[in-house]
Ligand binder design. Structure first.
Ligand SMILES: Nc1ncnc2c1ncn2[C@@H]1O[C@H](COP(=O)(O)OP(=O)(O)OP(=O)(O)O)[C@@H](O)[C@H]1O
Length: 598
């Protein structure tokens, strides 16, 4: 319950809607309670007119009109309540989803290492649905139920303490039994949710990598695995639902027995002259009214349990620790006065491991100077990208410090740090939408002139010009409608527009063929002008003109030197150079085994 209250607290501004829904519910339940009295009075009038010839038919018409008034009030107010309920749940969804997205954007990169996109989406949807459904049901039903229960108890207690006593026993017993049943039901529900999450996670991955699925012809196995997960939920539902409904038969059966007692008392006492016909009709209606809350309570408890699970999952994510100093934090946009320093980047005895027990980088000491182009070379999995991850503050070093412009990256605001660094990723990493939107991702509001200048420098203008919609061409999810080289050139232009003084090229051309590589490389040369650049490259041809090469071996810096120096040193670079330059089959095999064994 605490989490439900917490959610209502999160959406505090919705209080007028909560109050409105409760008022509407109170009015409808009071109106519903008035109807039995009017009907009882009408029954007494009818008995009086037919048996004693006393009373007016017009009174009966007035009573019928009163019933009409009650029914119309009920229809109108319950619909106003329904409207407010719809509004409340939609606005609550907006608030909760925005908070969730806000949270996800603040979580550290490490969180995403072990979560699937589809799972996060599936969890969000389930949490929101269960929470909003419950709150709507609660606001609509709880107060109605409460008022009805109290009124029925009081009125029936006035006429017969036995009736009141029996009713008093019913409510807590029924709620208690439902809650007990629900607890067991939740265990199945959680298992089902897990299956939905796993299936949802895979679903999103498969859709996102449809080309891979198609090329490996794995449609059948993907479909089978997906369906199997859903089929498992059917098996679980079978047990879950059998249990719930068996318990419901028992619960409601017991309830029926109590209601049998209630009806028997009313009938017998009326026959014995304790109640007149009008009172009997009133009591029968009250007993019927008393039945409804018991039944609706069972749904309420059920949706309450779902909401508890849903809100638990929601708050689990909300409770994750934020990335320190995330750009979305209130004071994160504090500007930093960068001081011109040399070196621009300094790694001072940096060690790091993704897992506590295995270091990927060890005692890295490296100073990168203004305007320098430094390339990182080494075995696959040697920690080149990790080094960049640490520089971008996506992970924190296990020990040692990294300084940018003389300031420790852990101390400068993340936003200011990341604004200083432009990145061209290996896979271009574009978004759906137009070319214009993608270009302006790093500089919203860039003018057409700026866009054109950037794409010209990135060698992308000729192909954009040929597209029917030019800059406004839709490029599909992650830029699927463009070729690898085209995507990469857009990505270079995007980095140009960001205009950051430090540049990271993370294998920016390694996925391209020679012709595309040459086009992209020309754009990259433009991009590197006047910037301090870190280059991760597999193809040594792309780094022959850098100022220095750093080779990594077993997570340590092995050698540092100019391409000329390292070509002669006999180290990793020289070895790879010889192998890559060689056309001999033996050397090619060696190169391959080098990458595999390292
Ligand atoms: N998010 C992660 N969680 C756990 N381990 C990781 C993660 N990312 C990388 N690693 C591990 O860290 C090591 C270094 O990876 P990194 O990506 O830095 O290597 P790399 O030198 O860039 O490799 P490549 O040249 O193949 O791209 C690898 O052993 C890899 O398995």
């Amino acid at each position: 319950m605490k989490s439900i209250i917490k959610i209502m607290g999160t959406a505090r501004e919705l209080w007028p809607l909560y109050v409105g829904i409760v008022v509407a519910a109170v009015v409808t339940s009071v109106a519903a309670l008035m109807a039995p009295f009017v009907i009882a009075e009408a029954t007494n009038q009818v008995v009086s007119i037919t048996t004693k010839g006393e009373g007016q038919v017009s009174t009966l018409l007035w009573l019928a009109l009163a019933l009409l008034g009650i029914m119309l009030t009920n229809s109108l107010v319950s619909n106003i309540g329904g409207y407010m309920g719809d509004l409340m749940s939609t606005r609550l969804r907006v608030i909760l989803s925005a908070n969730y997205f806000h949270k996800l954007l603040r979580l550290p990169q490490r969180y995403y290492d072990s979560e699937l996109t589809g799972t996060l989406i599936s969890r969000l949807n389930r949490s929101l649905t269960s929470i909003t459904d419950f709150l709507k049901m609660f606001a609509n039903g709880f107060f109605t139920t409460l008022i009805t229960v109290v009124a029925v108890l009081v009125i029936s207690g006035i006429h017969s303490p036995w009736l009141a006593l029996m009713l008093i026993v019913i409510y807590p017993t029924f709620v208690g039994l439902t809650a007990l049943t629900s607890r067991k039901w939740q265990v199945w529900e959680r298992k089902k949710n897990h299956l939905y999450d796993v299936a949802g996670g895979r679903f999103a991955e498969v859709i996102g990598q449809m080309r891979v699925v198609k090329s490996f012809v794995t449609e059948r196995s993907e479909l089978d695995a997906f369906t199997a997960k859903y089929e498992d939920t059917v098996t679980l539902t079978r047990e879950q639902s059998k249990f719930w409904h068996t318990m419901d038969v028992a619960r409601r059966g017991a309830l029926d027995v109590v209601f049998f007692g209630l009806y028997a008392v009313i009938f017998v006492q009326t026959a014995q002259g304790t109640f007149d016909i009008g009172t009997m009709v009133l009591l029968i209606q009250l007993v019927n009214l008393a039945k409804q809350p018991v039944e609706s309570m069972s749904y309420l408890v059920d949706s309450w349990q779902r909401a508890i699970t849903g809100s638990h999952e929601y708050f689990q994510v909300m409770g994750e620790l934020d990335e320190p100093n995330n750009p979305l934090e209130a004071n994160a946009s504090a500007t930093v006065q960068w001081v011109e320093t040399d070196p621009v980047i300094n790694f001072d005895d940096v060690s790091f491991g993704y897992d506590d027990d295995a270091l990927v980088l060890r005692n890295i000491n490296l100073a990168i100077h203004r305007g320098e182009k430094v390339a990182f070379v080494g075995e696959s999995g040697g920690g080149k990208t990790t080094l960049v991850n640490l520089l971008m503050k996506l992970y924190a070093p296990t020990c040692g410090t990294i300084e940018v412009h003389g300031q420790s990256v852990t101390e400068v605001p993340t936003e200011a740090l990341r604004r200083e660094i432009g990145v061209v990723f290996q896979d271009a990493s574009l978004f759906s939408g137009t070319i214009r939107e993608n270009l302006a991702y790093g500089r919203p509001g860039a003018t057409d002139e700026e866009l054109t200048r950037a794409v010209r420098r990135a060698n992308a203008l000729p192909f954009i010009k040929k597209l029917p919609a030019g800059f406004d061409t839709e490029i599909g999810e992650r830029g699927i409608k463009l070729s690898g080289g085209q995507k990469q050139r857009i990505s270079v232009a995007r980095a140009l527009l960001k205009d950051a003084p430090i540049l990271v090229l993370d294998e920016a051309t390694s996925a391209l063929d020679t012709k595309s590589e040459r086009l992209v490389q020309a754009g990259l040369e433009e991009l590197m002008q006047g910037r301090t650049t870190l280059i991760i490259a597999h193809r040594l041809s792309t780094i022959s003109s850098v100022d220095r090469i750093v080779t990594l071996r077993d997570g340590r810096v092995d050698e540092i030197g100019t391409p000329g120096e390292l070509a002669l040193s006999g180290g990793i670079y020289a070895e790879l150079l010889a192998l890559q330059g060689s056309t001999s089959k033996i050397d090619r095999a060696k190169l391959l085994s080098y990458e595999i064994t390292h």
